[in-house]
Design a protein around this ligand. Sequence first.
Ligand SMILES: O=C(O)CCC(=O)C(=O)O
Ligand SMILES: [Fe+2]
Length: 273
Amino acid sequence: MITDMDIYLFDLQGYIHLEGALTESEIDELNSCADNIPLLSPGQWHGYIHGHTYGDDDGLNYQQVYEAGEPFEKLIDHPSWFDRARFFIGGEGSFDEAHGPMFIDENLLNFRQPGQGIGLHNGGQLGISRCQFRYINGKFHCNQINVLIALTDIGPGDGGTVIVPGSHKSNFANPDFSQFSMGAKGECPSMMRAAVEIQMQAGDALLFVDCCTHGSANRTNEGQRRVVVYRYGPSWGNFRHGYQPSPELLDRLTPERRRIVSPQTPIPRTPQV
Ligand SMILES: O=C(O)CCC(=O)C(=O)O
Ligand SMILES: [Fe+2]
C-alpha cells in the first residue's frame, strides 16, 4: 500500500528504502534457488539464464533471473513494491498502459566480491528519456523504476548502494563526479559530496528512479554481496539487452505476470487471398 510518505520521499529524494520487503523465508528461497544455478562466466548460459557483466570490476550478473524458478517469478509482481512502481510510472488509465500495467526491461542477480563496485552514473542533468523522472498533470510519469533487493546484509564495507538524494532533478553535474565517477579500484564513490551510502538488511528493497545519480561503494569486506535488480517501465518498453522470455516461462506464469514480462501480443501477418 503506497503511503503519503512514500510519495513525499520518492519525489524529494528519487528513491525510497522499503525495509523488510521480503520475509526471511522468501530470502532463503531466493538464495537457495540462486545456489542451484551453476557458476557462470560472462557469456555462458544455464538454461535461459545468461552470465554477464557490465564492466571489468562491477561483479557478475545472471541476466533473465526470473527464469530461475518460482522464488524469482514471485518478484515480478511482488506486493511490497508492485503498486508503488506502477504508481511512479503512472500509466494507469492512459496510453502508457495500453498493453498492461508495466514491463520489466532487465532483471538480474548480481554477485560482488571484495574490490568490486559500480561507479556512480546518471543524474537528472543528462535528461535521458529512458530513465526520466517526471511529475506533470497531478501524476508521476517515470520511465525506469529500479527495485534493488538485498539478498545479503549490506553494511559498512559490504559495497552498499550509493545515491545522491534529489539528483533526479539535478540541472548540473556534481563537480566531484569526474573524480569518483568510475569508482576506480579502491576508491569509494560515497566520498563524493552529497552522496549517501545505503545500508540494507537482507530482504530490504531500494526503489529508485534510474536518473538519480547512483552506483555502489567498492566492497572492502571478505565475502559476497548479492542483490537482485528488476527494472520496470511503461508497457510499451523494450528489452535493454535483447533477451527474450522463454516459451516455458510464458507458459507457466500467471496471466498477470505474463503481461508484465511480455505485454505485447504479436499480430501475425495473414496473407491476403
Ligand atoms: O549495485 C548497486 O548498488 C547499484 C546498481 C545499479 O547501478 C543499478 O541497479 O542501476
Ligand atoms: Fe545503475
